[in-house]
Structures are given as structure tokens and as C-alpha cells.
Design a protein around this ligand. Structure first.
Ligand code: ATP
Length: 342
């Protein structure tokens, strides 16, 4: 990999005796889209605020483009920021909100007008330029907030849960629009989210955090297919942790896990499978999610099955089935990490 563009080096942050961040090291490449993902309180926003200069690290450095910016105030760091609340000026139109940050800088009226129109077109809202925030939908307001963040051609973009106030459909649409825009502008972006689906669909790489620490950094595929701990496996996607017991003549150990979509289901009485009973059937649109309980040991399993197989095998409540765990889909953890949710 080439030298990082945005580098977070050994960052600690304490609030009194409380450690909000411990020894954070992340190297971000130019044009990369990074998601900071983790449960509430793990330190995501604090880290974003440190990158922005809104918070000072207790130790460590922030480097951008080879320059140490750790002691620069926010106004001297060239970044754009979008928050969960759109934070637009209610008494200014969409156009004026975007133009606001350009005034007082060395731009002529004509230049300001061109830049504002350009970014309003980029977020596809030129036609609503004279509306006030109250006359715009949540998704439109957030697009104005984005336009305002990018109009100054920042070196990097910081997004703090920008989609979480929006309803599901708008959120998905705006996800796509943010990714498109980020790609088009080639702007290095760090987004905070606690929504694993958002991180999986948007990020080039995901930084998974837990209790003030980074626990894994990888592409969406890496953190999903090769989680390095039960915590990551459980936080990203659904997972079955298998109990240590004898299944079909072989010992399956406690430190193994399998995703619901990788468990194979067949009719009852298979020679190699384990007998289980369907306890609950959930229709998920594109597939069915079944909750099974194994007959011998009573272990609960979550299994995702296509509609076709569900109907073919008549997988209704109380149906008996056989389950198999393909060896190549099993996820292994070192046994000492097998404490979930600790
Ligand atoms: P969420 O998803 O809920 O926003 P987060 O991962 O962004 O959570 P932070 O907001 O970074 O978490 O907070 C991390 C921890 O630091 C929390 O326990 C929080 O209470 C604490 N914290 C944050 N800011 C301060 C502060 N100014 N003073 C004291 N504690 C703080």
C-alpha cells in the first residue's frame, strides 16, 4: 500500500479517569471511504471529533498528507463535516445555506454562484435552491448539508451518522448517492455508524471498534467472512456459535461459528445430518429465516433458507429437518476469545 493520506497514530483520549480511546492506529489511503463501526459508547464520535480538531487527543498524532495537524484548530483543517441532525440555518434558503461557508473567503460573487450551483447539481437539488429547510424533506435537507460540506473542496469529509435520522427507504437511496458523490469527487471520507449494513454497503474498509479500541480493520468481505473474534462475527451480520459436542460422529468445538446462510437443510433422516425441529419461521422477503432446535442437545440455530427450499421441504413450524455444517464455511476463533459480548 502507498503511504497513508490520513493517519491516526497512537491516539488515546481520556475524559478524567475514563478512557474513551486507547492506542488507536488507522492508516487511510487517499480517496478511501472508511466506516468507523461499533456499539454505542465505543468511542467512534470521539475519534471523528479528534480528526476534526473539535477534541484534543490525550496522546498521539493526526497526520494529513504528510503534515502533522494534531495541534491545528478545526478552522485550519480543510475538512467538510455532516452530522446526524442536518444543522441547516432555518432562515436561509438551500442556496444560501450552501453559499454561507464561501462568503468572507476570497471568492467573487460570480465564483460563489458557480460553486453553489455546481454542488447543488451534484446532489441533484438545483431545482429546489430557493426552498427553506422547513420546506424540504429530511433526505433533501441532508443532501443540502452534504453540498455545504463539499462546496469548499475539502481535503477530507467526516460524516457522523448522517443517515440515522432518515426513514429506511430514504436512507438506502442516500447511501447510494453519498457513495456516488464520494467516488465522483474522489474525496477521502470517514463515516461513523453503528449500523453494520450501512458499513458493509458503503465502506471500502471498516474499522470495527469496541470499548475504546480498534478490534479489526478490513474490507466488508474480510470482516464478514473472516471476523477475528466472536465479537466481530456477532456484531456484523448474524452468526451461530456452535456448542462443543458431537455432531454426526465428529466433534465440533466450541470455538466455531457459522453464518445462517451457510447451514444446509435437508429433509428428515439424513445419514450425515443432525436432526432438528423448526421452532419458528420468519418470512424475510427474499428468503426465510428459520429458528431450529437440535433434537439431541437442544441447541438453537438460526438458518436462512431460500423460498424455493422452504416450500419444497415444507418447512413449517414443528417440521423435522436435517442440518449440516459445510466445513469450508465454518469460522474458527482462537478458543480464548470465545467470550461473546464481554
Ligand atoms: P454513539 O454511537 O452512542 O454515539 P460513540 O461510539 O460515538 O457512541 P462516543 O460519543 O465517542 O461514543 O463516546 C465514547 C465514550 O466517551 C462514552 O462513554 C461517552 O460517555 C464518553 N464521552 C464522550 N465525550 C465525553 C466528554 N466530553 N466527557 C466525558 N465523557 C465523554
Amino acid at each position: 500500500m502507498s503511504q497513508a493520506y490520513l493517519s491516526i497514530q497512537g491516539v488515546d483520549k481520556s475524559f478524567g479517569s475514563f478512557n474513551a480511546l486507547k492506542e488507536i492506529n488507522i492508516d487511510i489511503q487517499k480517496n478511501e471511504f472508511i466506516c468507523l463501526l461499533g456499539p454505542s459508547g465505543c468511542g467512534k464520535t470521539t475519534l471523528l471529533r479528534i480528526i476534526a480538531g473539535l477534541e484534543k487527543p490525550s496522546h498521539g498524532r493526526i497526520i494529513v498528507g504528510g503534515k502533522d495537524i494534531t495541534s491545528l484548530p478545526p478552522a485550519k483543517r480543510n475538512f467538510g463535516m455532516v452530522f446526524q441532525s442536518y444543522a441547516l440555518f432555518p432562515n436561509l434558503t438551500a442556496y444560501q445555506n450552501v453559499a454561507y461557508g464561501l462568503q468572507g473567503k476570497k471568492f467573487s460573487r460570480k465564483e460563489i454562484d458557480e460553486k453553489v450551483k455546481e454542488v447543488l447539481s451534484l446532489v441533484d437539488l438545483m431545482h429546489l435552491h430557493d426552498r427553506y429547510p422547513a420546506q424540504l424533506s429530511g433526505g433533501q435537507q441532508q443532501r443540502i448539508a452534504l453540498a455545504r460540506a463539499i462546496v469548499l473542496s475539502p481535503d477530507f469529509l467526516l460524516l457522523d451518522e448522517p443517515l440515522s435520522a432518515l426513514d429506511a427507504k430514504v436512507r438506502v437511496k442516500l447511501r447510494e448517492q453519498i457513495c456516488e458523490l464520494q467516488e465522483k469527487l474522489g474525496i477521502t471520507t470517514v463515516m461513523v455508524t453503528h449500523d453494520q449494513e450501512e458499513a458493509l454497503t458503503m465502506a471500502d474498509r471498516i474499522v470495527v471498534m469496541k470499548n475504546a479500541e480498534v478490534v479489526q480493520i478490513g474490507t466488508p468481505e474480510q470482516v464478514y467472512d473472516e471476523p477475528n473474534s466472536p465479537f466481530v462475527a456477532d456484531f456484523i451480520g448474524s452468526i451461530n456459535f456452535l456448542e462443543d459436542e458431537e455432531y454426526g460422529g465428529s466433534i465440533i468445538q466450541r470455538n466455531m461459528a457459522v453464518r445462517p446462510e451457510h447451514i444446509r437443510i435437508s429433509g428428515p433422516g439424513s445419514a450425515t445430518g443432525i436432526s432438528a425441529i423448526v421452532k419458528h419461521v420468519e418470512f424475510r422477503g427474499a428468503f426465510y429465516r428459520l429458528l431450529l432446535q437440535t433434537v439431541l442437545t437442544g441447541q438453537h440455530l438460526t438458518v436462512d433458507v431460500s423460498s424455493q427450499i422452504t416450500h419444497h421441504l415444507k418447512l413449517t413450524k414443528y417440521a423435522e429437518v436435517s442440518v449440516e455444517f459445510p466445513q469450508d464455511k465454518m469460522i474458527n476463533f482462537p478458543s480464548e476469545t470465545m467470550v461473546v459480548g464481554a
